[in-house]
Design a protein around this ligand. Structure first.
Ligand code: SF4
Length: 351
């Protein structure tokens, strides 16, 4: 068998050798020899196969803040892996060189799930992120690796567009500890026509993760002229408040020119600050300005006394004003953070 090719989960056999992939809301119907919209799931002889099982395009150790996750083991290192392909087609994709790449076993390294867990142990990094390109579309590898990592006492993180059907998500959520979900707009037409996805499905998947006990943070990348309308943003914030709760963190992120939007200017910082203030006024407790290092919007503020309890610069934490049990040092208010701050001397006992 060709490396990287495995029978996929989540499909139905149809007449004439066709198959329907039921993994994501596109539900691609594929004739023999055809590849789905994501570019990595294909009909081979009447079976749906994944073309990228274990074929990694990147492997790195990042700070967990880079995902971004600010309320999950702050300061932890996280082993981060990716393959290629995507079930969206955002014209501003920062990682287009992998999201638009085709599966190619000569260019990608085959790494078995067991090897990933070995690396976590060797480098003493108990956190694993499926990231850089959309993990939903390499579901089988994510599931197998996440299961092993969890059995070894590790934690799994998805950095995802949330474009997945409820059934496969229910199964995967058993192994997922935290997720950052991109809510890329709050207009279904923008989703369909510009991003290439279904807004409703993303919102449902995000809610489902939260209901299943996954620690969720969301990111809203503000792209000028696409999703920066204040009323659209306000609707998103109200949805976030109602469905995810006021203590679910929101990262409002700055767009920089990339891919097909290389000729557009970055998001003005004033715009980000305006949206940051709007989200806080609406009642969200943990709102962040992303991609503007040095801005005070990177700090966590105590919802009760308003003092900065965590100060960050980029991905670094430089001031920590929380007690051992994650309470504000100034007024004692509990701050919603999962796990303790990770320090360079922190050690983890693997099972
Ligand atoms: S995962 Fe890929 S093949 Fe399956 S429905 Fe989505 S885009 Fe189509």
């Amino acid at each position: 068998m060709v490396k990287g090719v495995r029978e996929a989960r989540w499909y139905e056999k149809l007449d004439d050798g066709k198959v329907r992939c039921t993994l994501c809301p596109w539900r691609c119907v594929l004739e023999p020899g055809r590849v789905g919209l994501c570019g990595v799931r294909a009909n081979e002889g009447g079976k749906l196969v994944t073309l990228v099982y274990g074929l990694l395009s990147s492997i790195a150790i990042d700070p967990i803040e880079k995902k971004p996750l600010y309320h999950f083991y702050p300061g932890a290192p996280i082993l981060s892996i990716s393959t290629v392909g995507c079930n969206f087609r955002c014209p501003w994709c920062q990682n287009w060189h992998i999201s638009r790449a085709k599966p190619n076993e000569e260019l990608l390294d085959y790494v078995e799930p067991e090897r990933i867990v070995e690396l976590m142990k060797r480098y003493e990094v108990p956190f694993l992120a499926f990231t850089y390109n959309e993990p939903v579309i390499w579901y089988e590898y994510v599931e197998d690796t996440a299961r092993l990592a969890k059995a070894a006492g590790g934690f799994n993180v998805l950095v995802t567009n949330g474009h997945i059907n409820p059934e496969p998500l229910e199964e995967l959520a058993k192994y997922v500890d935290a997720a950052n979900v991109d809510v890329k707009a709050f207009n279904p037409v923008t989703y369909l026509k510009v991003i290439g996805g279904k807004l409703d499905a993303v919102l449902e998947a995000t809610k489902l993760m939260k209901e299943r006990g996954v620690h969720v943070e969301t990111t809203y990348l503000v792209v000028p002229g696409v999703n920066d309308d204040e009323e659209e943003f306000r609707k998103m914030v109200r949805w976030h408040l109602e469905e995810l709760g006021p203590d679910t963190p929101l990262h409002i992120s700055r767009f920089f020119p990339a891919y097909k939007f290389s000729d557009r200017p970055p998001t003005p910082v004033e715009k980000l600050v305006k949206l940051w203030e709007l989200a806080r006024k609406e009642g969200l407790l943990y709102v962040y300005v992303g991609n503007v290092p040095g801005h005070s919007g990177e700090f966590t503020y105590c919802p009760r006394c308003g003092k900065p309890v965590v100060k960050r610069m980029g991905f670094e934490i430089y001031e920590w004003n929380l007690t051992e049990d994650n309470r504000c040092k100034f007024c004692g208010e509990p701050i919603k953070i999962v796990g303790k701050r990770w320090r360079s001397r922190s050690r983890w006992t693997f099972l």
